[in-house]
Structures are given as structure tokens and as C-alpha cells.
Design a protein around this ligand. Structure first.
Ligand code: NAD
Length: 310
């Protein structure tokens, strides 16, 4: 089996590569990245071929079409900094890059395409969020992902035999996210601060809720999408919204600390206050159920990765 992973040096892409290597040791894996938010440290144990390339460039995809063929493509590469406001740049990299990929993957390679969408497409829509319900991104990042979903739906109509699966990840945390810097998850930001003995800082009053999902569950959803004969768009969350205050409590328990939270004003005009996945479709069609609660995921992450400097 020949597998392409874009965004392979990133947080989720590198976790995916590690699991693919473990589960499919004979697979030929090619990773692509331009290191704009990923880093080489994530790929040190990668045994396949690495290609430095820019997914937003047509010439890059023409080169890939000429030189390679794949059975499966996992498309994780994207601008993931949600505060980028350059609309042209965001949609060129995230949306147009995806269109180039779909054209080659479907017409040349006959490959299955599994791509990363995002809960950002829902913005402040009422929770629990459903795949075919209200869609109202609050920023151009969410818009670029919504346009990817629309493109996928259009191509599924044009090529009814094709396999395209979009996974709308909610808030992912876990090993491999440190090179994202200030765009790493709140779990990471708070854990690192609290491990230094510093007080956690939250936007007033810490009651905003997120559907936090451990990266191991996100990888499980990707493998299900590859192994099953499914197509379409699916939520990938835990189905349970948890507040930032609860997250601090969990971290205090795992770290054995009792650090008090400092609250400050939220400077963002666009901000999701509450995200929670409706998992009905993911459970019934994709067979996906999360295995990690926030308590278990944070404990595993802190004890087996953050404390051991992985
Ligand atoms: N982490 C989350 O909570 C989350 C939530 C929803 C969706 N997602 C999506 O999941 C995917 C992976 O995100 P992540 O958290 O691993 O972030 P990440 O920033 O670690 O990974 C993205 C990777 O894409 C690469 N990249 C960016 N622009 C590129 C370009 N033009 N050419 C080649 N490579 C490029 C980056 O260098 C990086 O390695 C993204 O598509 C993201 O939008 C992530």
C-alpha cells in the first residue's frame, strides 16, 4: 500500500505516520511538508521518504502526479494559525491546495482521500454541532475549511465511486504539538505553565467550553476512514464539552499541584464559546467512538510525554 501524508511534520500528521508505520509496516509512506508550522523533530523516527513541498502550488502537484502514485492520501497540511487574517493566503493554501490534490488523487491515482476539516466551520452555532446543521465560521481559517468541505461534496457528486472522507476535528491535544508554539492546544499551554509552578491564566471566567479530543482518538478516526468503505464528512470529537476551569482542575490533579487561576479579558472579537460534537453520524457510519476521556487523555499526555520531554 502506498500512502501520502501531507503536513507530515505537523502535530497530527506525525502521529498518524507513527501509527501507520506500526500498523502497516510494509506500507510505503511519503510525507510532504514545508515546515511552516511543523518541525523535523516530529519525524525523526520516520522510515519513509520526505519531500519538502508547498501544497498550495500547482507545480508541486504536477510533479507529484508525474513521479508518484498512491492508494491513500491523508491531507493534514494547512495553515493552522487561526489568527491569520490574510484571506487570499489562507484560501490559497487550504482550499486551492486541496483542489489540486483532489484533481490528481481522483483522476490520476484513483486514491482514497482523507482530509482534515475542522469544528471551526461551526463557529458559534448551537451545540451539539451536526455535520449537516448550522455552519457559520467566525474566521477565514474556518471559512477555508468550509470551502474544502463544499469542494469534497461537489467532487463526491462528480465522481460517485470515489472515496473522500472529511474529518471535522474538534480541539485536539497530545504529543507532537510543541512546535506549534502559541497555537498548540490549551491543554499543552496550561500544562507547560503549571509544570513550571506558574499560575494558569484563562479568559474571564473560564466557563467557555470545548470538546477536547486526544490525538490518539483522532488517529483512530483516520484509520477507520481508511479501512472502511465510507465517504462524506464526519465529526471527530468526544461529544462532551468541558470548561477551561475543569481542565485546570484535571491538570492540578495530575500534576499534584493546587495552583489558582488568574482571569483576564478576552481580546478576541471572534471566539468560539462552546463547541461540542454530535457523534451520531460518526458512530453509525464510520464506527467511531472516542476511547479517551479528558481525565485519561491529559494524564497519559502529561505523564508519558510532557514529563519525559517527548
Ligand atoms: N489541532 C487541532 O486542534 C485541529 C483542529 C481542527 C482541525 N485541524 C486540522 O488538522 C490538520 C493538522 O493540524 P495540526 O494540529 O497537526 O497542525 P500543524 O500546524 O502541526 O500541521 C500542519 C502542517 O502543515 C504544514 N503546512 C502548512 N502549510 C503548508 C504548505 N503550504 N505546504 C506544505 N505543508 C504545509 C505545516 O508545516 C505543518 O507541519 C490541519 O489541516 C488542521 O487545520 C487541527
Amino acid at each position: 500500500m502506498r500512502i501520502l501524508v501531507t503536513g507530515g511534520a505537523g502535530f497530527i500528521g506525525s502521529n498518524l505516520i507513527r501509527e501507520l508505520q506500526n500498523k502497516y509496516p510494509d506500507a510505503e509512506i511519503v510525507a510532504v511538508d514545508n515546515f511552516s508550522s511543523g518541525c523535523f523533530q516530529n519525524l525523526i523516527d520516520f522510515k519513509g521518504e520526505f519531500i519538502p513541498g508547498d501544497i498550495s502550488k500547482k507545480e508541486f502537484w504536477d510533479y507529484m502526479a508525474e513521479k508518484y502514485t498512491f492508494d491513500v492520501v491523508f491531507h493534514q497540511g494547512a495553515i493552522t494559525d487561526t489568527t491569520v487574517t490574510d484571506q487570499k493566503l489562507m484560501t490559497e493554501v487550504n482550499t486551492l491546495g486541496f483542489k489540486y490534490l483532489l484533481d490528481i488523487a481522483l483522476k490520476r491515482w484513483n486514491a482514497k482521500v482523507i482530509y482534515a476539516s475542522s469544528a471551526a466551520v461551526y463557529g458559534n452555532c448551537p451545540a451539539p454541532m451536526k455535520e449537516d446543521g448550522c455552519l457559520k465560521p467566525e474566521n477565514v481559517y474556518g471559512f477555508s475549511k468550509l470551502m474544502m468541505d463544499r469542494l469534497a461534496q461537489k467532487y463526491l457528486k462528480l465522481y460517485p465511486d470515489a472515496y473522500i472522507v472529511g474529518l471535522r476535528y474538534f480541539n485536539v491535544y497530545g504529543p507532537g504539538e510543541s512546535c506549534k508554539g502559541k497555537f498548540a492546544s490549551m491543554v499543552y499551554q496550561l500544562a507547560v505553565k503549571m509544570m513550571r509552578g506558574e499560575k494558569p491564566r484563562l479568559f474571564k471566567w473560564g466557563e467557555q467550553k470545548r470538546d477536547f479530543i486526544y490525538v490518539k482518538d483522532v488517529i483512530k478516526a483516520n484509520l477507520l476512514a481508511m479501512e472502511k468503505e465510507v465517504r462524506g464528512i464526519f465529526n471527530v470529537g468526544t461529544g462532551k464539552a468541558r470548561s477551561f476551569n475543569e481542565l485546570v482542575e484535571i491538570l492540578n490533579a495530575v500534576l499534584g499541584t493546587s495552583l489558582e487561576t488568574e482571569y483576564f479579558d478576552n481580546p478576541y472579537s471572534f471566539y468560539q464559546n462552546y463547541t461540542e460534537a454530535d457523534l451520531t453520524k460518526s458512530k453509525t457510519e464510520l464506527g467511531f467512538s472516542p476511547s479517551w476521556s479528558l481525565e485519561e487523555g491529559v494524564k497519559d499526555y502529561v505523564e508519558n510525554f510532557l514529563k519525559t520531554d517527548r
